[in-house]
Design a protein around this ligand. Structure first.
Ligand code: AHR
Length: 619
């Protein structure tokens, strides 16, 4: 019997409980959510991104129809110091040479859709003062659409045009060709679909952004993850370098071994949050980098640079919330958003080891935020994993400083989530609130999704102290997946949501505001009704022999099964397989008898592992 006390006042559930986490890994941003179709558009790729990458990666010289020429890269008198490299295209023939870009695994275009082309160009000699931009078939035999850009002169200038594609082609190419002999300097060569999410020029890929929007997340955390604190101090994600005009943004290598164009910067993140009704939750580095180690041996931002760093963090609050005539608010207004963004939360640090350097740097930032922006809720960190030394130290530090919310990360087995579904019940109600900023069970399967669902119910039941939670990672591109599991998979033309996604969505769309006391009596210790069910479960192909299996585990998942789930070893005796005393035929099929409560749904799971390492689940 389940009794719900509807007269009790209940416990208020955090209105910000279920949100989303975005990080540029798995090609989440460039080549993913950020809709730019040209790869390495600013010629800033380098071996720091990946050893084999360089300024002309993804580009090639185009010499056709009698054209000859060359392409090199220069840094003399660049478009902007933050964007030092540009391409030098020289045509030695009347028929102009060109450049061709392969996109991110090709350039997908659709019939009838329009594409914004833009390029910064400077004429350095010769008579070719125009460029022709084309979207064409991979083999160059068909032009899907084209436009002319120019006239060029001796100064850097941005040239724009619109191309309409005549055909749908998931694997097109983009070319830029000079119209005659001469030398042209090229930078920030861009091709963008006009059909972005909410139609924002230079914005986000519509289908992917929509999949995130459909989660109806109460907040969006960005830019990471480990990306936030980077690999080494020079790689810290500096928010203020990501808000200006695109060609003034400092690009960086990505800790996940590719490149950050910074086209998806803080302005775009805040804009996206607003577009989907999610509170922005930026995470700034706590002045230390990944695992507090820097190649230069510095554990954190040097002492003498800390005041400037703290000022940069405070400036973020003014940029997001200050009036349009404040120094930083004016930059937001200039970018197109005079109204404040309404920042409430600010994460400081990600999975940092709780060392003395971390304590010192975090404290300086935290103190400054408390003094100048008491309206901002600071989110601290509990180190890399739930439980363990850093987690303990992180909690102690948070208590000592009165950090309002702390960020905990759990990438665990489904079983761990099930076994820990009661852990919040005994949390200190007066201490720091919990933000479960990254969590996910191993395997994008039903078992993991069910375990996450149960864990989320536990969070909601404790929604007075579990303030926020976000599954991670959010996006993963096919053939570029670096982390498993993920919530949404995609390629250039498709989006696939997972079972885990639907669990997140179900909770987010139906999140409660008050947890009422619930009493369960009569089950399951003494099942009200005993039912015998026979399930025939085939493991393997039928021709497999028991000797080929090292492990066969089975169990029941269900709220109230104590201890739940019970994964018993379904072991063999004398060539037969047994479960609870029942002999299972050696062919790989057999009966399972279990007690169940009428009207209750249970998930039954079997895991089999073979001697050659192959493993499979049945749910
Ligand atoms: O979500 C993937 C990574 O997991 C994050 O970057 C990091 O914070 C965690 O270790």
């Amino acid at each position: 019997v389940v009794e719900v006390d509807t007269r009790a006042p209940g416990t208020a559930i955090s209105p910000d409980l279920f949100g989303a986490f975005f990080e540029d890994l798995n090609y989440g941003a460039d080549g993913g959510l950020y809709a730019e179709l040209v790869q390495n558009r600013s010629f800033e790729y380098s071996p720091a991104d990946r050893p084999e990458w360089h300024s002309l990666t993804a580009w090639e010289l185009l010499e056709r129809d009698g054209a000859t020429g060359s392409v090199t890269v220069s840094t003399d008198d660049p478009l902007h110091p933050a964007n030092p490299h540009y391409a030098v295209l020289t045509s030695t023939t009347t028929a102009g040479a060109g450049l061709r870009n392969e996109g991110f695994d090709g350039i997908p275009v659709r019939a009838g859709e329009t594409y914004d082309v833009s390029v910064f160009a400077r004429l350095a000699g010769g008579t070719a003062d125009r460029l022709v931009a084309r979207i064409e078939r991979r083999d160059g035999e068909h032009v899907h659409g084209q436009a002319e850009l120019g006239p060029l002169n001796g100064s850097w200038r941005r040239h724009t045009a619109v191309i309409t594609s005549e055909v749908t082609d998931p694997d097109a190419r983009f070319t830029l060709t000079a119209t005659g002999p001469g030398t042209v300097h090229l930078d920030l060569v861009s091709l963008f679909p006009q059909a972005t999410f909410k139609g924002r020029p230079g914005g986000l890929r519509a289908d992917l952004a929509q999949a995130i929007a459909d989660l109806k997340p109460k907040f969006l955390r960005f830019p990471g993850g480990c990306l936030a604190h980077g690999q080494g101090l020079a790689n810290l994600y500096r928010w203020s370098e990501t808000i200006g005009p695109l060609h003034e943004r400092r690009q960086q290598f990505n800790i996940w071994h590719y490149h950050q164009s910074m086209g998806l910067g803080y302005y775009e993140y805040f804009q996206f949050c607003e577009d989907i009704g999610a509170k922005p939750v930026p995470v700034v580095p706590a002045a230390v980098c990944c695992q507090n180690s820097d190649v230069t041996g510095q554990a954190g931002i040097p002492d003498e640079e800390m005041d400037a760093y703290v000022a940069e963090v405070l400036a973020l609050v003014e940029w997001a919330n200050g009036p349009a005539d404040s120094p930083w608010g004016a930059l937001r207004a200039a970018a197109g958003h005079p109204e404040p963004f309404g920042l409430e939360y600010l994460g400081v640090g990600n999975e940092d080891t709780i060392t003395d350097t971390f304590r010192d740097r975090f404290s300086r930032i935290h103190d400054a935020l408390r003094e100048h922006h008491p309206e901002i809720t600071v989110i601290g960190t509990l180190g890399p994993a739930t439980f363990g030394e850093d987690w303990e130290k992180g909690w102690a530090f948070a208590r000592e400083r009165g950090v309002p919310v702390v960020d905990e990360h759990s990438y665990k087995s489904p079983r761990w989530f099930l076994e820990n579904s009661r852990r919040f019940d005994s949390m200190d109600r007066e201490g720091s609130h919990l933000y479960i900023g990254e969590y996910g069970s191993w395997g994008n399967d039903g078992r993991g999704a069910l375990a996450e669902a149960l864990y989320m119910i536990a969070m909601e039941r404790n929604g007075d102290v579990v303030r926020m939670a976000s599954y991670a990672p959010l996006l993963a591109k096919r053939d570029h997946t670096q982390w498993l599991p993920d919530l949404i998979y995609f390629d250039n033309t498709h989006v696939w949501t997972t079972l885990n996604y639907h669990v997140q969505q179900m909770h987010s769309l139906n999140s409660g505001d008050t947890a009422l006391p619930v009493t369960v009596t009569g089950a399951p210790q003494a099942p009200a009704v005993q039912v015998s069910n026979r399930h025939d479960i085939r493991i393997g192909t039928g021709s497999d022999t028991r000797a080929e299996f090292t492990d066969v585990l089975c169990g029941l998942l269900g709220e109230g099964l104590a201890p739940a789930p019970d994964f018993r070893n379904w072991d063999t005796q004398d060539g037969t397989w047994q479960l609870n005393g029942e002999t299972v035929a050696g062919s790989g099929t057999g009966p399972l008898l279990t007690d169940a409560v009428r009207g209750t749904s249970y998930a039954f799971s079997v895991r089999a592992r073979k001697t050659d390492g192959a493993e499979g689940f049945v749910l």
